[in-house]
Design a protein around this ligand. Structure first.
Ligand SMILES: [Zn+2]
Length: 253
């Protein structure tokens, strides 16, 4: 195993990895994620249309090994996690990772709408917004409110026609706020930005103490062990080292 440490990823790099991960959440593992970032032309990547992801090939100049180290860093620093689907280890977001990704996805949608306005697009197909993560959709609507841009109203009306009742109600209230010229309080926006910046700092791994199920002793779960466990998708050991050894011995005989 290569233990060479890598530097703290920049906020930009963290966002890039999260954006790529979003394409394969709970469907793909570290290797596939690394291939998106590398810009691989492999069959599976193209079949899943991962080459259409906006950050496809973002780390093109790096080797797959270097990219994989960045992904592992993201797992160590609590932005991504591994979960098993049957025997396959899949990438999933941690709360921290999802908080950042939901925000940047909502921004991506907003930027797209701004581009549509620039292009004078009048009847965009809105079904792409249906069945998305609800939390992210509400965040998108908040950002539309904060923009105060009335030109978005026709798009909101198109969207309102095709979505579910709960989302429709939120769209309606967004339209009302835009029509009323109400100034949105900056407070919630500032709090959100602050909390995203805090999330981007990540959580540096630390040794911590666990209590053994078997003998009740406290034992240290080291950073190195945590890395191995996380990469395998395990949470933490139940038994201390000597009880683990004893158990293996008993299982053997
Ligand atoms: Zn023990």
């Amino acid at each position: 195993m290569n233990n060479a440490t890598i530097n703290h990823l920049s906020s930009e790099e963290i966002k890039v990895v999260l954006r790529a991960a979003d394409e394969i959440i709970a469907r793909g593992g570290r290797t596939l994620l690394a291939k998106i970032l590398k810009g691989s032309r492999e069959k599976k990547v193209l079949e899943l249309e991962l080459d259409k992801c906006p950050v496809y090939g973002a780390f093109r100049s790096e080797t797959l090994e270097e990219i994989t180290k960045k992904i592992d860093w993201m797992i160590d620093y609590d932005f991504l996690a591994i979960e098993y689907s049957g025997k396959l280890p899949m990438i999933v977001f941690t709360d921290r990772g999802w908080q950042i990704e939901a925000d940047q996805r909502a921004d991506e949608f907003l930027i797209e709408w701004e581009q549509w306005l620039d292009e004078g697009k009048i009847d965009p197909e809105m079904s792409y917004l249906k069945d998305r993560n609800r939390e992210m959709i509400l965040l998108f609507l908040d950002k539309i409110k904060e923009s105060g841009n009335k030109q978005f109203i026709p798009y909101l009306e198109l969207w309102e026609k095709i979505d579910y009742k709960k989302v429709r109600a939120e769209i309606r209230s967004t339209i009302k706020i835009l029509e009323s010229d109400e100034i949105i309080e900056q407070q919630s926006m500032n709090t959100r930005v602050e909390s995203i910046n805090k999330a981007l700092e990540g959580l540096a791994p630390q040794d911590f103490l666990l209590k053994c199920w078997e003998c009740g002793d406290r034992f240290t779960f080291t950073v190195e062990e945590q890395k191995l466990y996380r990469q395998k998708g395990f949470v933490h050991p139940k038994r201390c080292k000597s009880c683990r050894r004893k158990k293996r011995y008993e299982d053997y005989f």
